[in-house]
Design a protein around this ligand. Structure first.
Ligand code: PRX
Length: 651
């Protein structure tokens, strides 16, 4: 069993349990184990009945659906024949229910500027943006790329696309021009929405310049809508293609109604890394995804009217899609949204925000928690965090010590922690404690939500025994599941549905303990998790090899205290002795090709890479070398032992 994150040892040793505080349970959405078990059983025994009731009660239907689930693995259709709209569910439905004056989004920019939008105000903004997109030629089924800072306009743009049946493809604002162009081209994007720049750690980063570079290589994109966020001078606007948000959106009337859309209308695509060099556009559709995001939000975050909920993710990732926009807004929640870095102007910025806005539910990532631990408790202790009642974690396994710190220092030993396991592909949370009823164990995502049927299997597809690791699969369809990879049906089948017939292959390893709790144990493929961001090692290799001096590159993850995994690259180059300048140049090259998040932390030059006789790079050995471990295990297939010796000498 591979364990690139080095977490298995902790995980196997962990036996502490933390029952939910009784005062929490008393008011919880799930307040008895019987209630959960009954829901779980019903979803298992009467899938259609369970989801019929859920969808009927929790979504708005312009026209009712005729069939709940049409399932022919790997193709699922949910709520067939119905018509709904995700923007309607997030906005109009709340307003119709008399909640228009509730705050939907409270926003703070990094420089400290603030805005607050009620559900009614948000709907007006969304309708204006939707009308503007229409004016730019966007209609049902058109793809809109979105490359924006974490401003309310980012959520507005997503919901505006949803309102008119356009498909958003949000690209995290840290990606390079090259990555934007790849995504534009793969999706055939018609319009891109961006901003002049964003604020990050006190600096202004230009976004429009990067988009201009991308658009030179994106022939399908006809229009570019530009938000003025930072007020930078000298932003170049191309006549006939580029238009300012304040000139086009602000002049619209704001009453454009939501278009009734078939349940299976594509809501968005979101690119994520797989085990090859090319990111894949994960496709989610309207009704099933919307329902999954909403219900999982209500269940896991135990949503109450008085909550102020803060998810610290960026809308560029699935967490932002499901738990900043679609889940909480469908549930009528009040959400805090923050633009900037957690350590600007100082390391207490998050805690200052929690105190200022009286945040009650906080959802963040282990990589952030590890950074807070490193920065020191004094930053936390300066602030009153008594408003908090529930804490969440997502993106990677949380190491038990980080869990304990989160529990003690942030939760003051009173707040349950929900460690939520899920993926871009699953649309929403799949396994998580239910905070009113689940006794938690640090490092375990505990049990599946109603409607989720995990199976752990070995290489031959057979179930493994308790406490044995194996491949984590999901046996039955669920409403939020991906509907495909944009434009690549073959890859969809090959990656998720061919290894274990009839089941969705998650790509993660897991084990289940004697209490039935699940423990995620890292990936089965060449995907690494760097600060909670998913990257393919092959993607980074391809970026390196695209440099003219690189012959060959192998990239592996190595354990890192802050990032979870860091990126280690082994590179062979042509001509002359490589030097420090070349190392820097190659690191910059990867930034230019993919983005700063993919820059190798270590880059070693090697005369040759260790390979098997059949020519496969022996990544296991490189992982050991990168981690500074003695090389262990079988090296009998290594083609040339001297290669290994040379790589070791490099240390
Ligand atoms: O390996 C798992 C890890 O992140 C992967 C999914 O990454 P992505 O699609 O970018 O979505 C991240 C946000 C949901 C998973 O295959 N992962 C995510 N959450 C956890 C986790 N690993 C362990 N525990 C978690 N709570």
């Amino acid at each position: 069993m591979t364990d690139p994150s080095g977490q298995i040892d902790h995980v196997l040793a962990e036996s502490r349990t933390f029952p939910p505080p009784p005062e929490f349970t008393a008011k919880a959405v799930f307040s008895t184990m019987d209630q959960y078990e009954a829901a779980y059983r019903r979803a298992a025994e009467d899938r259609d009945g369970f989801w019929r009731d859920e969808a009927t009660e929790h979504l708005h239907w312009f026209e009712p659906f005729q069939e709940v689930c049409r399932w022919q693995a790997p193709n699922a259709e949910w709520f067939v024949g119905g018509k709904t709209n995700a923007s309607y569910n997030c906005l109009d439905r709340n307003i119709d229910a008399g909640r228009g004056d509730r705050t939907a989004i409270v926003w703070e920019g990094e420089p400290g500027d603030t805005r607050s939008l009620t559900y009614s105000e948000l709907r007006t903004e969304v309708a204006k943006c939707a009308a503007a997109l229409r004016e730019l030629g966007v209609g049902v089924g058109d793809v809109v790329s979105v490359y924006m800072p974490m401003t309310p306009e980012l959520a507005v743009t997503m919901l505006a696309c949803a309102r008119i049946g356009a498909i958003h493809s949000v690209i995290f604002a840290g990606f390079s021009a090259e990555s934007i162009a790849d995504r534009n081209n793969d999706a055939g994007a018609k319009v891109i929405v961006t901003a002049d720049g964003l604020h990050r750690r006190g600096k202004v980063l230009p976004l429009k310049e990067t988009v201009d570079e991308a658009l030179a290589k994106s022939p399908t994109v006809q229009k570019c809508l530009v938000l003025r966020r930072v007020g930078q001078d000298g932003v170049s606007m191309q006549e006939g293609r580029d238009v300012w948000w304040h000139e086009l959106v602000d002049k619209q009337s704001g009453d454009l109604p939501a278009v009734p859309l078939d349940s299976e209308t594509t809501l968005f695509i979101l690119y994520t890394s797989g085990s090859t060099g090319k990111p894949k556009g994960i496709r989610h559709t309207t009704a099933g995804y919307n329902l999954w995001a909403k219900r999982t939000f209500q269940w896991v975050f135990d949503h109450r009217d008085e909550d102020v909920y803060w998810c610290t993710a960026d809308c560029g990732w699935i967490t932002g899609h499901s738990y900043i926009v679609y889940g909480p807004l469908s549930a009528g929640a009040t959400c805090l949204m923050y633009e900037g870095a957690p350590n600007h102007p100082a390391e207490d910025r998050f805690w200052e925000l929690v105190e200022k806005y009286k945040v009650s539910v906080l959802y963040t990532a282990p990589t952030a928690i590890r950074a807070f631990i490193k920065w020191g408790d004094e930053h936390v202790e300066k602030h009153d965090l008594t408003s908090l009642r529930l804490l969440g974690s997502v993106g990677e396994g949380i190491n038990p010590e980080a869990w304990m710190w989160y529990h003690r220092k942030i939760g003051n030993e009173r707040c349950p922690i929900v460690d939520t396991w899920w993926q871009t592909e699953t649309g929403g949370i799949m396994m998580s404690p239910l905070p009113g009823i689940t006794a938690t164990k640090p490092g375990s995502c505990t049990r599946p939500l109603p409607g989720v049927f995990p199976k752990i299997v070995d290489e031959s597809g057979q179930p493994v025994e308790a406490n044995h690791g194996g491949m984590l699969c999901i046996a039955e369809p669920w409403p939020g599941m991906l509907r495909g990879i944009w434009g690549d049906e073959e890859r969809f089948i090959e990656q998720y549905w061919s290894k274990v017939p009839g089941m969705y292959l998650t790509g993660d390893n897991a084990r289940q303990d004697e209490d039935g709790y699940y423990w995620i144990m890292g990936r089965i493929d060449d995907v690494i998790n760097v600060s909670g961001h998913r990257l393919s090692t092959i993607e980074v290799e391809s970026a390196l090899v695209s440099h003219e001096l690189v012959c060959e590159a192998a990239v592996v993850g190595r354990p890192d205290d802050l990032k979870g995994q860091a990126i280690a690259a082994f590179v062979t180059v042509r001509g002359g002795e490589p030097d420090e300048a070349l190392r820097k140049e190659l690191q910059q090259h990867v930034r230019n090709q993919i983005g700063a998040l993919a820059q190798p932390d270590d880059l070693r030059f090697a005369a040759a890479l260790p390979k098997t006789r059949s020519g496969k790079i022996m990544r296991r050995l490189l992982r050991d070398i990168a981690a500074g471990h003695e090389v262990v295990g079988d090296t009998s297939t290594l083609e040339d032992y001297s290669v290994l010796a040379k790589l070791r000498d490099e240390d």
